[in-house]
Design a protein around this ligand. Structure first.
Ligand SMILES: C[C@H]1O[C@@H](n2cnc3c(N)ncnc32)[C@H](O)[C@@H]1O
Ligand SMILES: Cc1ncc(COP(=O)(O)O)c(N)n1
Ligand code: SF4
Ligand SMILES: [Zn+2]
Length: 566
């Protein structure tokens, strides 16, 4: 149970540890698996029948009841103590090491977390089919992997805007998002104190952090895209690299000649980074500096081990624009950039759409894999329809579940506020839980070896009317319990064989359990038991008939054949 003491959220520079929700999630405890000296966290869900279920844990020390949280000091710099191999051909990256056959501590940590052989981790990274975003300067993070051979991951976007929010609120969103299962977060701040906000987030984030450096670069030129230069962009990237940013969105596929392809779209360019770069290219009538200086960018990324998230600056922002020429032209360029980045030993993932109707989703994955050497796909939704603002966490989770089943490795969440305003803490939780549903559904469909354990444990608890276990196995135990208790708050209701949906007499699971008990008591469990019982009944009936003198009653109406009985 978390404590949340409000206060401090109005002061821009002071973040008070008290505002954070800490302590274990209801019904769970943190425990650690020791893997050759590495402490790999897991969340243990404790059940009332003495069993327990261990699940993947993204929440860091915040859910450890023994941890002392001090946001001013930041989290422990655990990875600083791990072994870091020497650079390979200038690259100090998980990709370079994996290709050289080296198994890093990060890979071992991940293998334990994902319950897989470490060789699968190494080989998928070496092939570029998976990435481990882990900047050397973010030692506070617990390593994780993004790739289609592993559990589907989710990202939560946070950050302020010029209109609203503070540093304290953004740190709070980060802790809150990871509590509910965000595997990475992106700080997409575009308002005040971008550098300082990120510093507070970085030093306290147990998950990898992504950014879009062009946002801060634009802030530095007071919002005028035409004033951007390669030099100031590069310096912004280095500034963020030094802070420990683990992956960066770079919209280097928005080429000058692609801009006219968006002219007749219904929603033009909806990507912020894409629109900024399009504005720059057109104003200067020059090729994008992100594209022309891409090799230099790779050299920087290779030193820190920053992962490229090649931005989908021309993604469709409406159903009408889905899978159009602008979108796929950019994707071909992202394929070209993928090969360049990998030749520098730099890890790459590819950002994907956007707004795509269901029948056009699979084509996106197929093309991405074909054009980008199967680099992990990282998609925003996609929204399967445009007609439900205020419910776009749902319109997008429909697309997200489908695209993840088809092979997307990480899903970028969409909150109920999409298209309407900046998400607050409550929106962040709804977005995260919604995306955990999409990701887990895809894990099940893909046959992930252990995904179904949790479904089975929850279903079993449900059928056995272990209400507390049903709540605690849920993605959101607090809301599950709250909804149940709205109508049946009394303690005895936690073992009652019904809820207020059907009531005691009509509870189908109770009736079904009674049917089972009856069957067991009367030896009627298997189909053979029932056949045997029918035979016995028949024999009994014939005996009764014989005793009664073997008299045959004829039909009432012999011609119609009705009511015949013998
Ligand atoms: C690319 C996507 O990023 C999200 N996005 C952009 N900025 C923020 C922010 N500060 N906080 C949360 N989400 C954001 C929007 O959902 C957009 O569609
Ligand atoms: C999956 C995904 N796609 C795109 C962006 C960047 O946002 P934008 O392109 O609007 O700058 C993002 N953060 N995540
Ligand atoms: S979300 Fe709002 S600010 Fe952002 S592009 Fe859409 S309308 Fe503009
Ligand atoms: Zn949109």
């Amino acid at each position: 149970m978390g404590t949340r003491v409000s206060g401090g959220s109005n002061s821009a520079y002071k973040v008070d540890s008290d505002i954070l929700t800490t302590g274990p999630i209801e019904g769970s405890t943190k425990h650690y698996v020791d893997v050759d000296g590495l402490r790999v966290p897991q969340r243990r869900i404790n059940l009332t029948n003495g069993e327990h279920l261990d699940v993947y844990d993204t929440s860091g020390p915040y859910t450890d009841s023994t941890a002392v949280i001090d946001v001013e000091a930041g989290l422990a710099r655990t990875r600083d103590e791990w072994h870091r191999p020497d650079p390979v051909d200038g690259a100090s990256t998980q990709l370079a090491w994996a290709r050289a056959g080296l198994v890093t501590d990060e890979m071992r940590f991940i293998a334990a977390r994902e319950n897989v052989d470490v060789e699968l981790v190494r080989s998928e990274v070496a092939a570029g089919r998976a990435v481990i975003p882990a900047n050397h300067r973010h030692p506070e993070s617990e390593p994780m992997i993004i790739g289609k051979a592993f559990a589907v991951k989710i990202n939560a976007n946070i950050g302020n805007s010029a209109v609203t929010s503070s540093i304290a609120e953004e740190v709070e969103k980060m802790v809150w998002a990871t509590r509910w299962g965000a595997d990475t977060i992106m700080d997409l701040s575009t308002g005040d104190d971008i550098h300082l906000t990120r510093e507070w987030i970085m030093r306290n984030s147990p998950v990898p952090v992504g950014t879009v450096p062009i946002y801060q670069a634009l802030e530095k030129v007071k919002g005028d895209p035409t004033k951007l230069t390669w030099e100031m962009y590069r310096d912004t990237v280095i500034e963020q690299a030094e802070q420990g940013v683990d992956y960066m969105t770079v919209h280097a596929g928005v080429l000058l000649r692609y801009v006219p392809l968006t002219a007749r779209r219904v929603t033009g360019i909806v990507s912020r980074g894409g629109s900024i770069m399009a504005a720059w290219c057109l104003a200067h009538h020059e090729e994008s500096f992100l594209y022309t200086h891409f090799d230099e960018l790779c050299e920087i990324f290779a030193r820190y081990d920053i992962t490229f998230s090649l931005g989908d600056g021309l993604r469709p922002g409406s159903i009408a624009d889905a899978n159009d020429e602008a979108q796929f032209a950019e994707l071909r360029t992202l394929g070209e950039l993928t090969r360049i980045a990998k030749s520098h030993g730099v890890q790459v993932m590819i950002e994907g759409p956007g707004h795509i109707p269901m029948h056009k989703i699979v084509e996106n994955v197929r093309l991405e894999e074909e054009l980008c050497e199967e680099a992990p796909f990282y998609t925003l939704g996609p929204l399967a329809t445009d007609i439900a603002p205020a419910y776009d966490h749902i319109t997008s989770a429909i697309g997200a579940a489908m695209i993840a089943q088809a092979g997307t490795a990480m899903l970028c969440y969409v909150t109920p506020k999409e298209h309407l305003g900046l998400p607050d803490r409550d929106d962040v939780k709804v977005g995260v839980i919604t995306y955990k549903i999409a990701a887990h559904s895809a894990d099940l469909a893909k046959g992930h070896p252990r995904a179904q354990e949790r479904d089975d444990a929850l279903s079993k608890a449900r059928f056995e009317f272990r209400w507390t276990d049903q709540f605690n196995l849920a993605l959101d135990p607090d809301t599950a319990r709250e909804y149940h208790d709205e109508t049946l708050p009394a303690e005895p209701a936690k073992t009652a064989h019904f809820c207020s949906m059907c009531g005691p007499k009509f509870c189908s699971m109770r009736i079904s359990a009674d049917v089972r008990a009856y069957a067991e008591e009367h030896n009627l469990v298997t189909a053979e038991d029932i056949d045997r019982r029918i035979e016995q009944e028949m024999a009994a009936k014939s005996a009764e008939f014989a005793d009664a003198g073997n008299r045959v009653y004829l039909p009432i109406d012999a011609t119609s054949g009705a009511a015949s009985r013998s």
